[in-house]
Design a binder for this molecule. Structure first.
Ligand SMILES: [Zn+2]
Length: 501
């Protein structure tokens, strides 16, 4: 997409008066040149090594990576960013199963072979003397001809042609049963006995409190359904038109789980500003990745090892400037966040527990994947680009500053993902959004996706360090300009509603 050309006079207007201290953009290039492909490679070879175990949120690998980042920040003289510590710790929650039982007429059945509890079950124990079979095709229970309030319900979802349709059908059915007040549900499943037992731990989540509880549900084998009803549930024809009916049986169900509190961390280091030190420029990248899945390490070299090590090199460049008496006027916060892959959790925690006031945060520049080329640019044999997202939102100053900074890097600035109608909805999908939603102007830097995206093959050997160096320098010049200008960025544009403007 072609962007409007910024008239030269607008750029002259932006040149900061702090030229007296000789901290204009031209004097920045000496420090920008400390950001090198070699240094980026040196850091990334460590951050994306197997040693870091894929940097999964709240894992040992995360701790190792966080220690490396904090150690480097310390070595170049950054001040700890969180009241004397380089770490901002935050809690994260995970449900796990302790025990579960199912018996029919005093016979105990076997977990995994005969039944499996639903993933979202809450702790509950029930003893029922009967069960109501409901045919999903029959809407009798929906129009209250059959009362299922407080009842145990048995369903046998009609097999749909594809798994997604089956899942949707089951999801719809469960919410209908819940809305009609059923206490618990037995779902006949042909996937039992299970080939592989589910993990005893569930998804990571940001709160241990839920706005509502799910209806208790258990998948059971066709044999169990037959033990209750005397009907052969393995035979699709036998149950196709089976009417609603109550069956007598003594059925006990028990689910006992616990919510574990785990710990994750963001890593923060700062370079204190000079005359405007109570205002902030926050530079972010997420350092977490997918961790180890099925014994395979996901190194995440591009995602987002590339952004993580860029933050380290940006910090080094600003530290060198400070040593040379050209430190930033505003305080610069260098932050590697975790939990991004689990739903932007680390940046969400920072947004709700900001160490530095968000209303005094002039900008957040966020980097997520800048070490590769996407398939579009490979096909066109164009390497000299970066996707820019968000520079036309929240502040009219972001766009001209970006173009001014880019005069020193000459990258092709591609705004494809900036379009709110773009199906990828990138503006809402990385950590910058947790600043934007509080009104902090943001720019996001991104190389687009590629075949190795979220694959174990996202490895350091595939990184293009020359283009990564250039992109990191663009972020550096942009941060330099915003950290040193006379005023904080104006907040003169509205954030478009999610889903388009
Ligand atoms: Zn990422």
């Amino acid at each position: 997409m072609l962007r409007k050309v910024i008239p030269l006079c607008a750029l002259i207007g932006l040149t900061n008066i702090a030229g007296a201290q000789n901290i204009n953009l031209k004097s920045a290039s000496k420090f920008a040149n400390t950001i090198t492909a070699d240094d980026l490679k040196k850091h990334l070879t460590i951050v994306a090594s197997d040693e870091m175990e894929g940097r999964g949120t709240a894992t040992q690998g995360e701790i190792k990576a966080a220690n490396y980042i904090a150690g480097y920040m310390k070595s170049i003289g950054l001040t700890p960013g969180n009241n004397g510590s380089y770490f901002q710790l935050w809690p994260i929650y995970q449900d796990s199963l302790i025990s579960t039982n199912l018996s029919i007429n005093n016979q105990e059945y076997k977990y995994g072979t005969d039944f499996l509890p639903g993933a979202g079950n809450s702790n509950a124990q029930y003893n029922f003397s009967e069960v109501v079979f409901v045919n999903p095709k029959d809407t009798a229970f929906l129009n209250n001809k059959v009362n299922i309030t407080g009842k145990l319900v048995l369903i046998s979802p009609q097999s749909e042609s594809n798994p997604r349709a089956s899942m949707m059908q089951q999801f719809r059915l469960m919410s209908q049963l819940q809305s009609k007040g059923a206490a618990a549900v037995l779902i006949v499943s042909n996937n039992l006995p299970a080939k592989k037992l589910p993990e005893p731990t569930g998804r990571l989540k940001v709160s241990k409190y839920n706005s509502s509880v799910n209806i208790s549900n258990y998948s059971i084998s066709p044999a169990l359904a037959q033990a209750i009803t005397n009907i052969n549930f393995a035979d699709a024809d036998a149950i196709k038109d089976l009417p609603v009916k109550t069956y007598k049986a003594e059925i006990s169900l028990a689910y006992n789980g616990t919510t574990q509190t785990l710990e994750s961390r963001n890593v923060l280091g700062i370079i204190e500003g000079t005359d405007l030190k109570d205002e902030y420029v926050v530079l972010t990248a997420h350092f977490d990745h997918e961790g180890i899945k099925d014994g395979v390490i996901y190194n995440g070299a591009d995602d987002d090892g590339s952004g993580t090590v860029s933050i380290l090199e940006l910090a080094e460049a600003f530290a060198a400037a400070k040593k040379a008496g050209k430190g930033p006027r505003r305080t610069i916060v260098f932050m590697a966040v975790s939990g991004e892959e689990k739903g932007l959790l680390g940046s969400a925690y920072y947004g709700s527990h900001p160490v530095f006031p968000l209303e005094k945060t002039s900008v957040n520049l966020n980097i997520d994947m800048i070490g590769r080329l996407d398939s579009t640019h490979i096909a066109e044999n164009k390497t000299n680009y970066v996707y820019i997202v968000g520079d036309d939102k929240l502040s009219t100053e972001l766009n001209p500053i970006t173009y001014k900074a880019n005069k020193l890097t000459n990258l092709h600035l591609n705004h494809k993902y900036n379009d709110p109608k773009d199906p990828m909805r990138i503006y809402y999908r990385s950590d910058h959004y947790n600043f934007a939603k509080y009104g902090v102007p943001i720019i996001f830097y991104f190389n687009g996706t590629h075949a190795d995206y979220h694959q174990p093959s996202d490895k350091v050997e595939k990184i293009n360090f020359d283009i990564m160096e250039k992109r990191a320098k663009l972020v550096f010049y942009t941060a330099w300009e915003i950290a040193n200008k006379n005023e904080m960025l104006k907040r003169d544009l509205k954030l478009p509603e999610q889903g388009g403007r």
